[in-house]
Design a binder for this molecule. Structure first.
Ligand code: ADP
Length: 391
């Protein structure tokens, strides 16, 4: 069964470009080499940490995250290529240069393939070392700068779409209301074709309003406006409310919705509005991407400090190749099964934002053609917080 999950990720943030402390690690089994690198680079203002083996260097690197790493290729325990491999799994941004006494084209190529940026053959002069290290640092700085600019550009685009959405909302609502009145007043003496066209226009306006609503909701939760400190919610009430709201949709689709909610479920961290959005989106998807006669089963349980909500359906399922992209903004699976199902591709992005902001996680597993299960995990409210008994 294909599985993907979206969880809170603790990110290593870039050092502010104005005054970055320039950190470099040197890993080499030759103590003289470590000492001379330290002397030369400290004089140039680098904070230098040295390690005579890869294991110690890697352990420290996970905590400190230097911008640069100089690593010897030939070492007894972990060799340079193995170190580079493991470093890349911890940090994709660090700039790595390899040092070696056995400089051959093929070792250089291997190191570059493994993710090293530069190559320093032994013996080298202080100036050669400085050249490599300064060039590496400059590369790190430029990479940080361009990722900051990319983020700023994406943020400016988001703000623009949010502004346009706000501006569009009122005229679209007004146009829909005019159509409602026209369809109501002229219902008996309107030619069938005109009525059909007006109904189609109404459907398109509804789609546009859903898109505007979803975008503004995503902007709201992305700005962190999810939950006041100390707010907690009874998920059973949220589920009951969401199921009642979606009853017309499930009836129209011929899909039954079952609930199995733990009687002793503790309250979860989070506000009712946001958690209703999460549950409604997941249950609505379970109904939409289903078949007549299918089911959506909602259950809750708790384990230690975690409250778990599961929404499982017997619907059309999700192809394996779509799984990694499901939580992206505007991503929709496009195939024969989904082409007539309306949607914006924002629902799961909104769910993920809310859940991760609350310190939880959301995970999906699916069998194409058979059904899909979403599991949301939320932190349990602390004892003594609103609505939660003290021990
Ligand atoms: P949409 O508005 O398109 O439903 P979502 O962000 O909620 O947007 O979901 C993204 C895509 O993930 C959907 O277009 C659909 O292809 C797929 N998907 C979501 N939930 C399910 C489900 N329960 N079963 C099958 N496919 C699903």
């Amino acid at each position: 069964m294909a599985t993907t999950s979206a969880q809170t990720v603790i990110r290593h943030d870039a050092v502010p470009p104005d005054d970055p402390p320039r950190r470099i690690f040197v890993i080499d089994d030759d103590d003289v080499m470590l000492l001379s690198c330290r002397r030369i680079l400290e004089k140039d203002g680098y904070a230098v940490e040295t390690f005579d083996n890869g294991v110690d260097g890697l352990r420290r690197l996970a905590d400190v995250r230097p911008q640069l790493l100089l690593v010897d290729l030939k070492m007894p325990e972990l060799d340079g290529l193995q170190v580079i491999d493991r470093v890349r799994a911890i940090d994709t941004e660090i700039v790595i240069a390899v040092i070696t006494g056995y400089a051959t084209i093929s070792t250089a190529v291997d190191a570059m393939k493994a993710g090293a940026y530069d190559f320093l053959p032994k013996p080298f002069t202080p100036d050669e070392l400085r050249l490599i290290v300064n060039r590496g640092y400059e590369r790190w700085r430029l990479a940080m700068e361009s990722s900051r600019l990319r983020e700023e550009k994406a943020e400016a685009e988001r703000r623009f779409v949010t502004f346009v959405s706000h501006q569009l909302k009122s005229p679209v609502v007004a146009a829909k209301q005019y159509l409602d009145v026209l369809l109501f007043e002229k219902r008996d003496d309107m030619p069938a074709r005109d009525r059909d066209w007006l109904l189609r226009a109404q459907v398109r306006l509804d789609e546009m309003l859903t898109l505007i609503h979803d975008w503004l909701e995503l902007a709201r939760v992305s700005s962190g406006a999810v939950c006041e400190p100390g707010e907690t919610t009874d998920l059973r009430e949220v589920v009951g409310h969401a199921v009642a709201i979606l009853e017309p949709q499930s009836r129209a689709a011929g899909v039954s919705v079952d609930t199995r909610l733990a009687d002793d479920l503790p309250r979860a961290v989070g506000d009712g509005v946001s958690l209703t959005t999460v549950v409604s989106n997941l249950v609505s998807n379970g109904i939409k991407y289903n078949r007549p006669g299918g089911t959506v089963s909602i259950s809750t349980r708790h384990d230690g400090g975690v409250i778990e909500l599961e929404v499982a359906d017997t619907g059309i399922g999700i192809p394996d190749e779509a799984m990694p992209r499901l939580f992206e903004e505007f991503y929709r699976v496009r195939n024969d099964d989904t082409q007539d199902i309306p949607g914006t591709g924002l629902g799961l992005a909104i769910c993920r934002r809310i859940v991760t902001t609350l310190g939880g996680s959301i995970e999906v597993s699916s069998r194409f053609g058979e059904g899909t299960t979403f599991v949301v995990r939320l932190p349990r409210a602390a004892a003594g917080s609103h609505g939660e008994p003290r021990p």
